[in-house]
Design a protein around this ligand. Structure first.
Ligand code: KG4
Ligand code: ZN
Length: 338
């Protein structure tokens, strides 16, 4: 794989995880992650200004920590990579401002990376994934099926028309009183439950799109109808079974119909064990190679951001760069067609 050879410092602050990584070629020398889950639990979700303040507090010690783990100094860094979209603006601003200051101080380039491209290419960090392949990206804000023809050449095959899969997990968890963040809480409760409640799977027929808004309403109705009789573990198992089966079914069909040579899974929801198992079993039945990153590369991390910068830089693909680098709450992946 063609990668930028020198040490890269990467920073990720798009949501509620502060992360700093150092990469050299294929090697991840450090990938520090500091989660703000405990901070945001009191509000039941991420508060952008509180997230930004926590990123500021965590940032400098984490950079020092990452450099010392990698046995490098600031002056060894040859490229600074930072998530500059999409995400919470006050949170993104902390990472981008820090990245620019370091790049300015060291006289090296600073490049902006699209957070979702980090997730999309994360399976390539540990595996030789053939092109073209289909990636199911599932996170708190995104649910997409993307055909990856090459680094920087992407086609959306399907996407959610309303809520993201992670959002569906989070909202269902809140309705069931299981707390925040919802995905891991639902997974834990589902382990000792039976998926006996019927929940809607969203869009019917031949489509690679998803819809989870009716699902959320159905969970609300279920809690109202059952009241104190509701078995929360069975409800959690039903939520997990419904979401993961619709994701797996569409992803496997999309891979088959688009002539993909492999299937990958990425994003925070990729940490879900039931989803990983369903895709692994389905892919093996179809003799389709299936790749998923290790857990620490599924949830938000800076290593995947540095990896994208490394690939794009080496391949000469365009990236926003320089000291006027800006932050954006949204925006399409670079090189994507619909
Ligand atoms: O990629 P990510 O860390 O942040 C975003 O870019 O959004 O994804 C966070 C999402 C949350 O909705 C969280 O509930 C979900 O990933 N998640 C899970 C699991 N771990 C995290 N969902 C289901 N099962 C899990 N084990
Ligand atoms: Zn993410």
């Amino acid at each position: 794989m063609n990668l930028f050879p020198g040490p890269i410092l990467a920073i990720e602050t798009s949501c509620d995880e502060t992360s700093v990584a150092i990469l050299r070629g294929k090697e991840v020398l450090a990938n520090e992650v500091s989660s703000q889950i405990e901070l945001h639990r009191q509000w039941g979700g991420v508060v952008p200004e509180a997230a930004a303040r926590a990123h500021v507090e965590a940032m400098l010690p984490m950079i020092s920590g990452a450099l010392s783990r990698a046995s490098l100094r600031h002056s060894d860094i040859e490229l600074v990579a930072v998530t500059h979209r999409p995400g919470l603006l006050p949170a993104l601003m902390v990472g981008v401002t820090t990245a620019k200051a370091i790049a300015f101080g060291q006289g090296v380039p600073v490049v902006g990376v699209h957070h979702m491209e980090g997730h999309l290419l994360s399976p390539l960090m540990e595996h030789d994934v053939p092109f073209p392949h289909v990636c199911l990206i599932v996170s708190g804000g995104h649910t997409e099926l993307i055909r990856v023809d090459a680094v920087g050449a992407y086609e959306i095959l399907g996407e959610t028309r309303d809520d993201a899969a992670g959002e569906a997990f989070d909202k269902a968890s809140r309705l069931l009183g299981l707390g925040y963040p919802g995905g891991p809480a639902i997974q834990r409760a589902a382990e000792s439950g039976t998926p006996r409640y019927e929940l809607p799977k969203g869009l019917k027929g031949q489509t690679f799109d998803f819809s989870f808004s009716g699902f959320k309403t159905a969970v609300l109705r279920l809690t109202e109808k059952e009241g104190d009789e509701l078995n929360v573990r069975d409800a959690a198992a039903s939520v997990q079974e419904t979401i993961t089966s619709v994701l797996a079914e569409r992803a496997l069909n999309a891979a088959r119909e688009s002539g993909a040579r492999a299937l990958t899974l990425a994003g925070g929801v990729a940490a879900n064990r039931a989803l990983r198992e369903k895709l692994a079993t389905g892919a093996s039945r179809r003799s389709l190679p299936f790749f998923v990153p290790s857990f620490e590369l599924c949830t938000d991390n800076a290593a995947m951001i540095g990896f994208v910068a490394s690939l794009r830089r080496r391949l000469g693909l365009p990236m926003e760069e320089g000291l006027d680098l800006d932050v954006y709450s949204g925006g399409d992946l670079p090189g994507i067609v619909r």
